[in-house]
Ligand binder design. Structure first.
Ligand code: MG
Length: 224
């Protein structure tokens, strides 16, 4: 790997762990619509409260039942406390910050879960020089728009960045394609078997490096 000046971190399953079922899937089940459609609403709009979420969903899918509305409010509240820091995550980010790297956070996320991230990893959020969230930018991975926005916000070239994330198709592939280096945190290999197979067969670009968990990245990031 070449020396870099910035480290950009995915959040979910890279720095924090949370409930096993994603919120768009919970809502999709409640109102009987595809999870991907719910995700495209709640993850790419800057919805400030559960009431705003219900209003946005109703305008797309029709009126929500009282039960669904109640459960969505409960989900919002639970998400605001749901993120738990992964062991070594904060230390890893702070070590790179102290080594002189700029720090970016780049996540597909909705507001309540981001709030819980700020509680779980306050030092990481404070250390960040740029934070690009799908609910504020309006774009989601694997679209490269947020990667390009991050590069502009850090005022740096893609080749000077290293992306660190757990999902090959959403974190590693777009980063490599715009010229960043990328470290794959293979924390959930069972979910990544398709990408692993394609990399081994030469169909996908290989990551710059792979680690088993976030605590291992400190040793392998080359500093400029
Ligand atoms: Mg992730």
């Amino acid at each position: 790997m070449l020396p870099v000046k910035a480290a950009i971190f995915d959040i979910g399953a890279t720095l924090v762990t949370g409930p096993p079922v994603a919120p768009n899937k919970v809502i999709a089940k409640l109102i009987g619509v595809p999870a991907a459609d719910v995700g495209s609403i709640i993850m790419t709009n800057d919805l400030k409260s559960a009431e705003h979420v219900c209003k946005a969903l109703a305008s797309r899918f029709g009126a929500l039942s009282d039960d669904a509305t109640y459960e969505i409010c409960r989900l919002w509240d639970s998400q605001a406390d749901a993120a738990q820091a992964l062991e070594g995550a904060s230390d890893a980010v702070i070590a790179l910050k102290n080594a002189g790297l700029k720090i970016g956070l780049l996540s597909d996320i909705w507001n309540p879960y981001y709030e819980s991230v700020t509680k779980a990893l306050p030092e990481v959020v404070s250390a960040a020089d740029a934070i690009v969230l799908s609910c504020r930018s309006g774009s989601r991975k694997p679209d490269k728009a947020n990667f390009e926005l991050m590069v502009r916000e850090l005022n740096i070239r893609p080749s000077e960045c290293i992306m660190i994330g757990d999902t090959y198709t959403h974190d590693i592939q777009p980063a490599l394609e715009i010229g960043m280096q990328a470290v794959w945190v293979l924390a959930r290999p069972d979910r990544e078997s398709d990408s692993i197979t394609k990399i081994l067969n030469g169909k996908y670009l290989a990551p710059s490096a792979t680690v088993q968990n976030i605590a291992d990245i400190k040793q392998i990031i080359p500093l400029a």
